[in-house]
Design a protein around this ligand. Structure first.
Ligand code: GDP
Ligand code: MG
Length: 437
């Protein structure tokens, strides 16, 4: 699952003061995987992560911003930029403004023509005319008429005519005579790119010189979308891309690939079969979608809320100076409990991670551990070596646990301190590698 993967990736970064070559590599590997999962072209995904790496490396993490959060921001900003930064709408300056649809059969041209007409009518107070230029299937003309009726927009068609160029021209003429200020030309597509289709759309394009030529593409076609976009762009030099069928569980990586290959803005997205299912394309929202950032950001935020970084630093220092005691252990446990979930916590203890997991402490065990620690004197807490047999017995009695349990806790504590120390010292690198596997 994607968000789990990213979760894991950003986890590695938590608790580190600076983004370094080591901790960034794992994260970017996951980001790249997320992009590939979302159907982003391999080469583009690689270039992208290289760019992010350059930006991220060596950036100092400010007090309240954890490296994970900083990475989230860098990745998101870069992705947004890649998809065009700001939202862009269609050019409506013509009178009438002529908008030509292009794309493969089934990509959603006819549906989107209706959606756009409806949008321009209700949101931009335009008077659109729909023109049916798909002359190959009689049902295509009917389909556009049904759509037009649904949204209350006029449709121009000519069933006896099988020349799409002539119909397109006649449609524009009709718009002028009936006072329509936008003409939307719906065309025929084929299942795959072929010469006849390209010639036909090129001829229509030449004959009516539209303000806006839009390339409609099914976002579920993934990698193929890139080749199709390129083929259409080579012939039409289109002005914008429409991504349809984003209502499914596709992540919309096609947006990135297409944008990278043809360098044209994505203008609208289709999110359903209904006429209202149209949205202006917002690059930053698409970045969220592609990376499942909503999840990641909230995870990082939750961790941030619960975990006091200052305290983590203090503890780290104590470990380094060999002064990590039971009080610190107790406060770690309290942090763990605030997180509400053992697993989340593991990665939060600086440097600990999987080492702690190996100790197999479950949530219930905390109650006993806390009881035992509470029965220790402050002196015993800070200097556990003082715990001799009679002290252990006293603590066991006080906490209602057995001496065996007290011994077990001491052993765990010792193991943990040892591991933490190891990770801080020269063995740190090796330990880090162990933990990350
Ligand atoms: P055209 O051949 O390019 O004109 O494609 P159509 O407009 O006829 O659409 C093909 C199919 O895709 C139809 O069944 C549409 O209802 C469906 N469709 C179009 N856009 C969307 C969309 O954004 N979401 C979903 N779920 N279906 C869509
Ligand atoms: Mg159609």
């Amino acid at each position: 699952n994607l968000s789990e993967k990213l979760d894991k990736a950003f986890h590695v970064l938590k608790g580190h003061g600076q983004i370094t070559e080591i901790n960034v590599a794992e994260t970017l590997k996951e980001v790249r995987r997320a992009l590939l999962d979302a159907d982003v072209n391999f080469k583009i995904a690689k270039e992208f992560t290289n760019r992010v790496k350059e930006k991220a490396l060596g950036q100092n993490v400010l007090t309240n911003l954890q490296p994970g959060q900083l990475m989230v921001k860098i990745v998101k900003d870069e992705l947004t930029e890649l998809m065009g930064g700001d939202a862009e709408e269609v050019d409506l300056s013509g009178n009438p403004s002529v908008i030509l649809m292009s794309g493969l059969q089934g990509s959603g041209k006819t549906t989107f023509s209706g959606k756009l007409a409806s949008y321009l009518k209700s949101k931009k107070s335009k008077k659109p005319l729909l023109v049916a230029c798909d002359v190959y299937r009689p049902a295509a003309i009917d389909q556009l008429h049904v759509v037009g009726e649904q949204i209350g927009v006029e449709v121009y068609s000519d069933r006896g005519n099988n020349d799409p160029v002539a119909i397109a021209k006649a449609g524009v003429k009709q718009a002028k005579s009936t006072g329509c200020n936008v003409v939307i030309i719906d065309t025929a597509g084929r299942l795959a790119v072929d010469e006849q289709m390209m010639t036909e759309i090129a001829n229509i394009h030449k004959a009516i010189t539209p303000q806006e030529t839009l390339f409609v593409v099914d976002s579920m076609t993934g990698q193929d979308a890139v080749n199709t976009a390129k083929a259409f762009n080579d012939v039409l030099n289109f002005d914008g891309v429409i991504l349809t069928k984003l209502d499914g569980d596709t992540r919309g990586g096609a947006a990135i690939s297409i944008k990278s290959v043809v360098d044209k803005p994505i203008k609208f997205i289709g999110t359903g079969e209904k006429m209202e299912a149209i949205d202006v394309f917002y690059p930053s929202r698409m970045a969220d979608r592609i990376l499942g950032m909503g999840d990641v950001v909230s995870l990082v935020e939750r961790a941030q809320e619960q975990f006091d970084e200052e305290q983590a630093r203090k503890i780290q220092k104590k470990i380094a100076k060999n002064r990590f005691g039971f009080d610190d252990f107790l406060s770690q446990i309290q942090q763990i409990k605030k997180m509400g979930n053992m697993k989340d916590l593991m990665g939060m203890i600086p440097g600990a991670g999987k080492a702690l997991k190996g100790l197999d402490i479950d949530d219930d065990a905390f109650k006993h551990i806390e009881a035992i620690i509470h029965s220790m004197t402050p002196e015993e807490r800070s200097t556990p070596s003082k715990l001799n047999a009679s002290r252990k017995k006293r603590i066991a009695m006080g906490s209602g646990r057995t001496v065996q349990e007290v011994n077990q806790l001491l052993k765990q504590f010792e193991q943990m301190s040892k591991m933490m120390k190891m990770m801080q010292g020269g063995g740190g690198k090796k330990m880090m590698q162990m933990m990350q596997n």
